[in-house]
Ligand binder design. Structure first.
Ligand SMILES: [Zn+2]
Length: 1008
């Protein structure tokens, strides 16, 4: 009967091509990219899950592995520690350095600050780096990764001093430095042991520390290189100044408080000499004043000028309350009048340039003259369009002052207190507190205050003390970055940024930086290696002094600056020129270098080779204005090169709902508690380091990263599913030796070949995602593969073949060949992310004789012959039929039904026929997919059939040769309860009676 129904259709080229799916090297069908979204349908799970009871139990081949299904409680962290020992985590870095390989991958570690305990921010950063390193190492590159710490700086100094309380004032510089050093050392040890626990691959005995003498020496050399090029200069300039820390601060050390309250004031500056062009306007009958607005009343005593915008319109107005005349910008007339609770009558308007050569008197000191000056920084956004100018307290004020040779005296000392020069009323008053009160009172007394009100605005604070800063002129060391910035921006064009938008953010940050003040008035840092003349404003630095200091620092560390007598800090030949040991005219300077200069020069000490460029810098986005920038600027200044070829930027870690982590909110996630569990282990279970690493990899690191109990539980559940998948794979390759038992690809089952095809695609996508540092995508790809393709689909249909066929049956070996490849590729795919689990699995692979470490065995290896897009047509068309069958029997056991598939003669029939050569079969590849008792394939509808069958109709569009061949075929699936009985061995409904074996089982058991 079968023969009669066979299609004797056209022997087209397409059919020939279609048949070639199993032949390596020939072009298979080019299937569509269409993927099956759902492979499993409710009820699809085979009832064969555990055919392990009854008298045939010993004849079935159940999975065998000692790989545990679950690690409970402490088992997780304990197993990880065992694996770190057994698989040589600590020796891996040195091992891979010693390999003879050509390519090197250099990831330069941005040094975390040696202050405080390890936190999840560290985990995010270090684990991302480790994933990148392990991936590149497995792909065959030699990894250069030297972890470092940023050890100097104010935050440590402040912490040490605050711990000492009152005693701090009596300490010498060296005593503070010693305490700061031991504080930093303790923090480093804590952080280091956490990093090791997280599985970060490095040589932890060879790290770099910015307080190391050799590091400091290298930094001083870079400093001098820049000095020699004329890029370093000393100048009196306004800089951000923290009264609470008594030091200058860099932009990167500021935090803006949007809730800061200032006392803003409107002040009259009585006109002294009218601008010549306005003389005719002002007849002298009423007093005339310039109107000025400021949010910093304490800067009024230092006023040296009032600036206007030459191109803008200004107005003379008459105040209805006082009858006085005021000058302000025309466009501000309407808004300022009501603020001052009065009305202005415009007498006349004129252009800004007409204010030229006018002067007014200082509102506090009537004898002092403030000229009216043109300036480009005046805006109309706020105030009156006339800007109070205090050169010592504003960057723009300073540039106006230098242009017009105005005095720049600073009346405020290092603690933010008015000096004697500010006058007896103000002396010793803190500018941000009672100093402001007194200035306002003085303005009231002089009758020049028109209005005072509170203003809430964003204002810079010291990032460490959380207290407001001021702008204050002082003598500082600067790097002239104008030219460096231009070169840096040019060089950045050749740097790859991930994400791409980070490049613009970095350029913006560069643009916003006017100059770089590199001196700090503290002691915990690297000294600026200059000597100041005792009486004259002169300093001493040259190649001889630097060589001498660098040698000393290299040997003994920078402490020598404070411990050695000054004459020993100078080389003999210089000493004789500057007064000799007895009458030395110079003293060592008291300034230290900005810590951003410290860490920014790390490239010069850490990066290998003559090129000294890293393949990758990977840090949080706050470093776009911090370490990325200081590294770039110093590197460009010293040698016109960017220190990095690519830059990966990640977000910050936030609490679960996207809120900032803070002790007061109680949402701080401590990585040690994540790994080892908290006090109450029912609420804070020990997750182990791999959960932390999975969470890091999975997070969308390009934005903010949230962490909390639900994120960690989700990560644990994902890993647990992965573990089950791995256990199934390990259990079913027991007794399989790939060297002798593998089935050549062309002889494998279609479905097994199809899995290799999917695997090949997965491997290339995963490799690509690692290459792009998109580790979240690696996880998404893996998860989709092990849940959808493996657990829900492949594993559910192959159990009969694995458990019930003869051990060495080619059908079973075909499946095991695929499983072994799947296992190998899966393990390598997640190894960079979950090194502990990867090693644990590797230890359990039965055919690996001496499993040392998966990391010492290279990256994923796929074969091009696995790629068979045409197989997708075969498997997907069969799956379409399977899905309609399984969908029609929800919740039922598919094995209790038999199916008849009717396909009209044509391409689809030919395809399905490859899965089942016989008309009816209970052991064919088609029936395995259908999971039915038996499947019958017909090209015509059967004439007779029982009445109570389910009939399902469908169509399938075959798309071959890249769309050249398209053929839509309809099919019918007829479903009916089977008449066969359940086989006591395989539990498939394929036996003639309940107590006899099915023919297949009879043969397998009989053969033993
Ligand atoms: Zn059976």
């Amino acid at each position: 009967m079968r023969g009669a129904l066979r299609p004797h259709g056209p022997g087209t080229a397409a059919l020939a091509a279609a048949r070639s799916w199993g032949v390596p090297g020939r072009l298979g069908w080019l299937g569509t990219a269409r993927r099956l979204l759902v492979r499993s349908v409710a009820g699809a799970d085979s009832q064969l899950t555990s055919p392990n009871s009854g008298k045939y139990r010993d004849t079935v081949l159940l999975p065998q592995t000692s790989f545990p299904m679950k690690l409970l409680g402490r088992q997780q962290p304990d197993t990880e520690l065992e694996i770190q020992q057994k698989c040589g985590f600590s020796g891996l870095y040195s091992w891979q350095r010693e390999r003879k390989v050509k390519s090197e991958f250099c990831l330069h570690d941005g040094p975390p600050y040696a202050n405080g305990d390890p936190h999840v921010g560290h985990a995010l950063n270090k684990i991302l780096k480790d994933i990148a390193n392990r991936y590149h190492m497995m792909r065959g590159s030699k990894i250069h990764f030297v972890p470092g710490w940023d050890c100097h700086g104010l935050p440590i100094e402040v912490k040490v001093l605050s711990e000492l309380g009152g005693k701090a004032q009596d300490l010498s510089a060296m005593e503070i430095r010693e305490k700061a050093r031991s504080f930093a050392k303790a923090a480093i040890e804590k952080q280091k042991s956490a990093f090791i626990r997280w599985g970060i691959m490095a040589d932890w005995n060879n790290c770099y520390y910015t307080f190391d003498g050799k590091y400091e020496a290298s930094q001083l050399r870079t400093f001098y290189q820049m000095y020699e090029k004329g890029l370093v200069y000393r100048s009196y300039k306004p800089v951000f100044w923290s009264p609470s820390s008594r030091t200058a601060l860099a932009e990167a050390e500021l935090e803006y408080n949007p809730e800061h309250v200032s006392r803003s004031i409107y002040v009259k500056f009585p006109l002294l000499k009218p601008p010549p062009k306005l003389a005719s306007l002002l007849d002298g009958s009423s007093p005339v004043s310039i109107l000025v607005w400021t949010t910093q009343p304490w800067t009024i005593p230092a006023n040296e000028a009032v600036c206007y915008m030459p191109e803008s319109k200004y107005a003379v107005v008459k105040c209805s309350t006082s009858g006085d005349l005021y000058i302000l910008a025309e466009e501000k007339v309407a808004s300022v009048g009501p603020i001052l609770e009065t009305t202005f009558e415009v007498i006349s308007t004129f252009s800004g340039v007409d204010l030229e050569n006018g002067t007014c008197s200082h509102p506090l000191f009537p004898d002092k003259v403030s000229p009216l000056l043109p300036a480009t920084h005046v805006t109309m956004a706020k105030g009156t369009g006339l800007v109070h100018t205090a050169p010592a307290h504003g960057m723009e004020d300073y540039s106006v002052a230098s242009q017009h040779n105005l005095p720049m005296d600073c009346l405020v000392d290092e603690s933010g207190i008015f000096t004697e020069d500010a006058g007896p009323e103000l002396q010793n008053k803190a500018v941000l507190k009672e100093g402001t009160d007194v200035v306002i009172k003085m303005l009231q007394t002089s009758e020049n205050l028109l209005k005072e009100e509170k203003l809430i605005h964003s204002y810079p604070y010291d990032w460490r003390t959380k207290k407001p800063v001021v702008i204050r002129a002082s003598k500082q060391w600067f790097i002239n970055i104008t030219d460096i910035k231009t070169t840096a921006k040019e060089l950045l064009k050749t740097v790859k940024f991930v994400p791409g938008a980070a490049l613009n953010a970095m350029v913006d940050m560069l643009d916003r930086r006017p100059y770089w003040c590199i001196s700090r008035q503290r002691v915990w840092g690297v000294p600026i290696p200059v000597f100041h003349h005792k009486t004259k404003d002169e300093y001493l630095i040259n190649s001889q002094t630097i060589d001498h200091i660098v040698k000393l620092v290299e040997q003994h560390g920078s402490d020598i600056w404070w411990t050695l007598p000054p004459e020993q800090l100078l080389p003999k030949e210089v000493l004789s020129q500057v007064g000799g040991p007895g009458a030395l005219e110079y003293v060592p300077g008291q300034d230290i270098l900005d810590i951003w200069f410290d860490s920014g020069t790390s490239w010069s000490y850490v990066l290998p080779g003559t090129d000294q460029r890293a393949d990758l810098y990977l840090e949080g986005k706050d470093q776009l204005g911090g370490w990325f920038q200081s590294s770039l600027l110093t590197s460009v200044a010293a040698r016109k090169k960017a220190p990095f070829k690519s830059v990966v930027v990640h977000g910050f870690t936030l609490g679960e709902k996207g809120e900032k982590m803070s002790k007061s909110l109680g949402n701080v996630v401590n990585p040690d508690v994540v790994i080892n569990g908290g006090k109450d282990q029912s609420k804070e279970p020990p997750y182990g380091a791999d959960v932390l690493r999975w969470w890091v990899a999975e997070s969308n690191v390009f934005t903010e990263v949230t962490i909390g109990p639900s994120a960690l539980n989700a990560a644990r559940d994902d890993i647990s599913k992965l573990r089950n998948t791995l256990r199934f794979l390990l259990g079913n390759v027991a007794g399989f030796n790939p060297e002798t038992d593998s089935v050549p690809v062309k002889n494998m089952y279609v479905i097994d070949q199809y899995m290799l095809h999917l695997l090949q695609d997965l491997a290339s996508k995963i490799t690509d995602s690692y290459k792009q540092y998109d580790f979240g995508k690696v996880i998404r790809l893996l998860k989709a593969f092990y849940t959808r393709e493996l657990s829900n689909f492949y594993f559910s249909i192959i159990k009969d073949r694995l458990y019930c066929e003869d051990e060495s049956d080619p059908k079973r070996r075909s499946c095991q060949t695929a499983l072994a490849e799947i296992l190998d590729i899966m393990v390598r795919s997640f190894a960079p992310i979950l090194p502990h689990l990867a090693e644990e699995v590797f230890q359990h692979i039965p055919y690996i004789k001496e499993p040392k470490s998966v990391f010492r065995t290279g990256w994923i290896n796929t074969s091009s012959i696995w790629k068979k897009p045409g197989l997708e047509e075969a498997v997907e068309s069969a799956c379409a039929m399977r899905d309609s069958f399984l969908g029609s029997i929800p919740g039922k056991n598919a094995a209790e039904y038999e199916v008849i598939i009717v396909i009209e003669p044509g391409l689809l029939f030919e395809i399905i026929e490859m899965l089942q050569a016989e008309e009816t079969s209970s052991t064919s590849q088609l029936n395995e997919l259908m999971m039915a008792s038996q499947s019958t394939l017909l090209a015509q509808e059967p004439k007779e059939r029982p009445a109570d069958v389910i009939e399902l109709n469908g169509t399938f569009l075959i798309n071959l040769e890249g769309g050249d061949i398209r053929e839509e075929s309809s099919y019918k699936v007829i479903v009916m309860p089977t008449t066969k009985e359940k086989c006591p061995r395989c539990w498939k409904h394929t036996a003639e009676s309940a107590d006899t074996l099915c023919p297949r089982c009879a043969q397998v058991v009989g053969g033993k």
